[in-house]
Structure formats: C-alpha cells, structure tokens
Design a protein around this ligand. Structure first.
Ligand SMILES: *Cc1c(COP(=O)(O)O)cnc(C)c1O
Length: 382
C-alpha cells in the first residue's frame, strides 16, 4: 500500500474503511438493494449541501457536475456571467462556451477574491443574464470567494446562481439554501475524502424551472433523466453507475456524519490556520491575500533560489510527502499545500517539520523549529 502522505488539493487519502467498502461485491444497479444505497447516499449529500433539495450522484469527476450544470441551463446565445479568478473559474467559462453560452467574464486578479459589488454592477448593466457562475474555493490560487455575499446580490436578479464547491464542500461553510444557491456542484476526491470518480449536484425549484424550459445539449448528463430515474421505485441512475464508488461514497459520507459537519469544518479551519502560521514563521509569503485565503488549500510563493523540482522533489523523495505545484503561469512560482479531507494536526505538524528540513538541506538559513512551533502554538491555542 502506498504510504505517501498526500498534502495536495485532491485526490486526498481515503480511510481504510472506505477502501474496504469498495471491495464489496457488485450488485444489480436496478435493484432494491442498490436503490437503498443510492437513496442513503443522496440524502447524506443533501445534508452536507445543507439543502432541502434532492441531490444527484454522477459517475465522473467534479468537472462532470460542472458540465451537468451548464449543459442543462444554457442554450445557444444565452448570456452567462462567469466570475474568473483562477483555473477553475476559467473552466466554468469554457464549459459555458462549449454549450453555446455567451460568457460575460468578470476577471478577478489571481490571488484575490471577487468583490461582490462588481457582480452587482454587471447584473445592473447587462441585460438578460441567465446565470452567474462562481468557484467557491479557487483551488489554483488558494482563495475562498464570498459565496454568501454574492448569493445575496444574485437573488435580486432573474439569474441562476451556480456554485462550484468541489474543493470546499465538507471543509468550509456551504449553505446551499442559506446562500440562495440555485445549483451547487461538488466532487468526491477533495474534502469529502472519497476516491476520485464521483460528482454530485443539487438543483432547487428555480433551477428545475429553467432546466425544464431549456433544450439540453448533453445526453449523458441530462438532469431530467437523473430526476426521473431518481424518483423511481427503487431509485436508480439513468445509466450504470460505478457501484463500487457508490459504496465508497456512502462510507465516506457516513464518516462525515459521524464526525459532524460542523466539527469537520472547524478542523479544516484550524488546519488552514496552523499551516499558514507555520509557513509564515519560516518566512514564506502566501500567494493569496491572507484575509481571503482558503480553508482547504494554501498557496505559497516558491522561495527564491530553489526550483520546484528540487523543493517538491525533496519533500516527495525524502519525506514521502506530496505537495502540489502551481498551475498555468504559476507553475514553478507557487506551491500548494492541501489540507482537506482527513487531514489532522498530525499531518500538518509533520508537513511543516519536513518543510523546515527540506529548506535547510537546500541551503536556506532558517531557524529550525520555528515553523513547527508556530503550528503547534496554533493547535494548542484552541
Ligand atoms: C478539483 C476541482 C474541480 C474538478 O476537477 P476534476 O478533476 O474534474 O474532479 C472543479 N473545481 C474545483 C474548484 C476543483 O478544485
């Protein structure tokens, strides 16, 4: 079994009991036995989304749910306001275009969060915006966007509010109903700590009204089919789901219920704080503005005088800790520490300690133990 510690923003390590759940034998996906598993898993998903809506599981990675969202509400020429402050914001815009939509891009500086007033300005100026897309936790930059404040604004306009919570759900506050979110999407392999390959989506009544009046541009991800099959007796998915991944998903969500969503989010918040304090004490600069830094991933500027290959390579080869690099123009300039899923104080303290040793070995003049002390203090201060 590979014991590398994954300190990356997905996929995250899954618990042995989740792996074990996947080794159960395959059942008929159109049977009462599977229907019960599907129903339980969907219901737990809705609880985690903090919504009264139905949720749907899709076999596919997080992007499948992003595509399901846009492919069911966008027709040729429809105007969509895409908030873009990183790689995943860009992806939502590209998916919008793929389905014939006409993006109105709100560009946000990478490393910063969107200013909700800029959203209001565009919604006032531009007519007929059918939907607004936002990424809650921009994994590429380590920024958490104010999806609550933006939701309070979008509510005053006749546009659907579509939110990507792929790298935040289960690790940060997401109240689908409370934030006026019309469509929310997520993936299995980030904070939910299930294996990669499952996505989830939830739509409220306003969203379904639009879906019902939209000519869908996707066959596999046609949400009306998911709705119809899901409402059957027993509940089903329209096409064969990954039965094994459904077992894993159910077990991972069971674990979230046992920990309690609130405690889990607190654990993530503390992990972010402990990481940030540790790296700052070592003299690193954060890439994202600290006031908007993410709860689940910390992006850090690569120190001068070391290459990404040396730095992350040493962490990987010598300490068996996997960190993430930068994406696009941030490649080589930024590295990212994921602290999502099952990550606890133990993993954070180990990571900061290995960071210190790596830096020292690579010739940096650092005070050994300073980062670890700051991390320890953070954990002991609560
Ligand atoms: C990981 C991620 C996705 C989905 O990526 P997949 O590789 O398709 O699972 C989407 N949005 C964000 C913010 C992500 O972090």
């Amino acid at each position: 079994m590979d014991e590398t510690l994954l300190m990356i923003p997905g996929p995250t390590r899954v618990a042995p009991r989740v792996l074990k759940a996947m080794s159960e034998n395959i059942v008929n996906h159109r049977s009462a036995v599977f229907g019960k598993i599907l129903k339980e898993t969907n219901e737990m998903m809705s609880e985690i989304f903090q919504t009264e809506n139905q949720s749907y599981l899709i076999t596919g990675s997080g992007t499948a749910a992003m595509e399901a969202a846009m492919g069911n509400i966008v027709e040729k020429g429809d105007k969509v306001l895409n908030i873009v402050g990183g790689k995943f914001g860009e992806r939502f815009m590209q998916i919008t275009e793929t389905h014939g939509g006409n993006p109105v891009e709100l560009k946000v500086e990478w490393g910063e969060a969107v200013n909700p007033e800029d959203v209001r300005y565009i919604l006032e100026e531009e007519e007929n915006i059918k939907a607004v897309t936002i990424v809650h936790n921009e994994t590429s930059t380590g920024v958490g966007n104010p999806i609550d404040d933006v939701g309070a604004i979008v509510k005053d306009y006749d546009a659907l509010y579509v939110v990507d919570t792929v790298s935040s759900l289960g690790g940060d506050d997401v109240f689908v109903d409370g934030y006026n979110i019309d469509i929310c999407v997520t993936g299995s392999q980030k904070c939910l700590a299930a294996p990669p390959g499952m996505a989830a989506i939830t739509l409220n009544d306003d969203a379904w009204k639009v879906v019902d009046n939209t000519e869908t541009s996707t066959y596999y991800l046609n949400m009306k089919k998911y709705q119809k099959s899901g409402a059957g007796q027993p509940p089903e998915t329209p096409y064969t789901p990954s039965v094994s991944l459904m077992y894993a998903m159910r077990e991972a969500l069971n674990m979230i219920m046992e920990e309690g969503l609130e405690s889990r989010i607190k654990r993530h918040k503390l992990a972010a704080k402990a990481t940030i304090n540790g790296v700052k004490a070592l003299g690193f600069d954060l890439f994202a503005k600290e006031e908007v830094s993410s709860n689940t991933v910390t992006a850090i500027k690569m120190p001068e005088g070391v290459t990404d290959k040396e730095f992350r390579g040493t962490m990987r080869d010598k300490y068996r800790i996997e960190l993430a690099g930068g994406q696009d123009h941030l490649k080589g300039n930024v590295f990212r520490i994921g602290h999502m899923g099952n990550i606890t104080n133990r993993e954070i303290i180990t990571t900061i300690s290995a960071l210190e040793m790596t830096l020292k070995e690579l010739g940096f003049d650092i005070d050994m133990g300073k980062g670890v002390a700051a991390t320890e203090d953070t954990y002991l201060s609560v």
